[in-house]
Write a protein that binds this ligand. Structure first.
Ligand code: MV4
Length: 451
C-alpha cells in the first residue's frame, strides 16, 4: 500500500514528509507554485508538478490542480502537512471519492471537530473535562446573560466555527457581554460565514497543554507525551516544549486518559492532538482537537524517539501501532523555537526577501528543520516560518542553555527574524523558572535591538 505519496504542501513540512517517505521507501511527488520553483521540496521529491501561481488560493489550496497532479503521477495517497488543506473536509471527501488515501481524518471527523461547540459536547459525553459554560451554541443575549450570572464573570464568548483564537471575546460584566455578543457574532459571520457562539467561564492565566495521540485502525490509541505551548504571541506559538514543567506523572496519566478517551469517541485514525487548558489550580479542560500533524511535533519526537510522520503514514496504511509505544517514558527535555522571517523591532512585520547568508547550528541534541538556504528568496505569499530549531537535553535548564547556544550560532543575513525576541524570552527569569501561562508574552517587555 502507498506506491507513491503526493505532498500537498511546501516549506519545511514538505521536506520533513519527503524524509519520512524516503525511510519508508515510498516515492514522493512535490507540488509547487511558481513562487516556489527553487524550493528544496521541489528538488528533493522524486517528482514535482507545478500547480499554479504564487497565490495560495490558486496553488496550495487549488483542489482540482492537486487532484490532477495526483492523477497524472499515479499517487495513491496525499499528505497535506499542516495548514493549507490539512483540515479541509471537502478535500478529504474528494480524495475519498477519487480513491486516493487522505493522510488525515475522514471528512466527518474534520467537520465534527471543526465545530467547536459540537467537539466540546462530544468530549463531555465521554467524561473528558470541559470548561463550565453553555451546552452547545447560544440562542440569545438573554440566555448568555442568565448563564454568565450563574457561572460568574469573567466569561468568554467563542465562535463555534472558530478556533486558534479567532472570533473570541472576553466579558467582565453584563455590558461587555452584550457588546461582545454582537461583535463576536459579526466577526464570526464575516470570518467563517457562521455567527454561532458558545460561552465559557474565562480562565485566568491558564497554560496551553496539548497531548499528541496516534491511533491505528485496529482499535489502538496511544498518547505520546504532552507539549507546553503557552509561549504564544497573538495566537502564534513561538516556543514549545515537551514535557511541560507543570505536568507531573500523575497529571500526565490523567491527561493521557482524557486524550485517548476523546480520540476514541470520534474513532480517530492517525496523528492528532488534543488541546487542553490547565488552570492555576491544576485542573485541566478540553479546548480543541487538531486533526493533523502539528508544527511543533518535533519536540515530541525528541523525547519519545519516535518518527511521528512515519507512524502516521503506517497507521493510514493499516499497520498496527507496536505494543511498546503504549506507555513511553519521556527522555529528557526538548524545546523548539520557530524562526519567523519577521522583524520584532517593527511589531513583527513580515520580512520576506533574499537570505544572503545562512548558517544553522549543530552539535549534540540540536535539530534543525528548514527549507531555507543561502541565496533562497522567501516569497511574501505564505507563512513567515523559515526554520525550526529544536534541542534536547537531560533537563529543562540544560535545554534552555543549549537553545541559547543554538540561537547564538544562527547566522541569517538579508532578512529580519524572530530570534532576538526568543533569545530574550530564554533569558527571562520567569520563563527560566517555568512560571509561564498563555498571557506571558502580553506583559513581556522586549527590548528592541538587543540580541
Ligand atoms: C480560553 C481562555 C481562557 N478561558 N478559554 C485562545 C485560543 C483558543 N483555542 C482558546 N483560547 C483561549 N481560550 C477560556 N474559557 C484563554 C485562551 C487564550 C489562549 C489559549 C491558548 C493559548 C494562548 C492563548 C492566548 C490568549 C487566550
Amino acid at each position: 500500500m502507498f506506491k507513491k505519496i503526493l505532498i500537498a504542501n511546501r516549506g519545511e513540512i514538505a521536506l520533513r514528509i519527503i524524509r519520512a517517505c524516503r525511510e519508508l521507501n515510498i516515492p514522493t511527488v512535490a507540488v509547487y507554485s511558481t513562487a516556489d520553483s527553487l524550493s528544496l521540496h521541489v528538488k528533493f521529491a522524486d517528482e514535482a508538478i507545478c500547480i499554479g501561481p504564487a497565490e495560495s488560493s490558486k496553488s496550495y489550496l487549488n483542489i482540482p490542480a492537486i487532484m490532477s497532479a495526483a492523477e497524472i503521477t499515479a499517487a495513491d495517497a496525499i499528505h497535506p502537512g499542516y495548514g493549507f488543506l490539512a483540515e479541509n473536509a471537502e478535500f478529504s471527501s474528494i480524495c475519498r471519492d477519487h480513491k486516493v488515501t487522505f493522510i488525515g481524518p475522514p471528512p466527518e471527523t474534520i467537520n465534527s471537530m471543526g465545530d467547536k461547540a459540537n467537539a466540546k459536547h462530544t468530549m463531555k459525553s465521554v467524561n473528558v473535562p470541559v470548561i463550565p459554560g453553555s451546552e452547545g451554541i447560544l440562542i440569545s443575549h438573554t440566555q448568555a446573560m442568565a448563564l454568565a450570572k450563574e457561572i460568574g464573570y469573567p466569561v468568554i464568548l467563542k465562535a463555534t466555527a472558530g478556533g486558534g483564537g479567532k472570533g473570541m471575546r472576553r466579558a467582565n460584566d453584563q455590558d461587555e457581554l452584550i457588546n461582545g455578543y454582537n461583535m463576536a457574532q459579526q466577526e464570526a459571520m464575516s470570518a467563517f460565514k457562521n455567527g454561532d457562539l458558545y460561552l465559557e467561564k474565562y480562565l485566568v492565566k491558564p497554560r496551553h497543554i496539548e497531548v499528541q495521540i496516534l491511533a491505528d485502525s485496529h482499535g489502538n490509541t496511544v498518547a505520546l507525551g504532552e507539549r507546553e505551548c503557552s509561549i504564544q504571541r497573538r495566537h502564534q506559538k513561538l516556543i514549545e516544549e515537551s514535557p511541560s514543567s507543570a505536568v507531573n506523572e500523575e497529571l500526565r496519566q490523567k491527561l493521557y486518559a482524557a486524550a485517548i478517551a476523546g480520540a476514541k469517541a470520534v474513532n480517530y485514525l492517525g496523528a492528532g492532538t488534543i488541546e487542553f487548558l490547565l488552570d492555576t489550580k491544576g485542573d485541566f479542560y478540553f479546548m480543541e482537537m487538531n486533526t493533523r500533524i502539528q508544527v511543533e511535533h518535533p519536540v515530541t519526537e525528541m523525547v519519545v524517539g519516535v518518527d511521528l510522520i512515519k507512524e502516521q503514514i503506517r497507521c493510514h496504511r493499516g499497520e498496527k501501532i507496536p505494543e511498546w509505544m503504549g506507555n513511553m517514558k519521556l527522555r529528557g527535555h526538548s524545546i523548539e523555537c520557530r524562526v519567523n522571517a519577521e522583524n520584532p523591532d517593527k511589531n513583527f512585520m513580515p520580512s520576506p526577501g533574499v537570505i544572503t547568508s545562512f548558517h544553522m547550528p549543530g552539535g549534540k541534541g540540536v535539530r534543525v528543520d528548514t527549507h531555507a538556504y543561502a541565496g533562497y528568496s522567501i516569497p511574501p505569499n505564505y507563512d513567515s516560518m523559515i526554520a525550526k530549531i529544536i534541542v534536547r537535553s537531560p533537563n529543562r535548564a540544560e535545554a534552555i542553555q543549549r537553545m541559547k547556544g543554538a540561537l547564538d550560532e544562527c547566522i541569517i543575513e538579508g532578512i529580519h527574524t524572530s530570534i532576538p525576541f526568543q533569545k530574550q524570552i530564554l533569558n527571562d527569569p520567569k520563563f527560566q523558572s517555568g512560571d509561564i501561562h498563555t498571557g506571558f508574552l502580553e506583559t513581556f517587555e522586549y527590548k528592541p535591538g538587543k540580541g
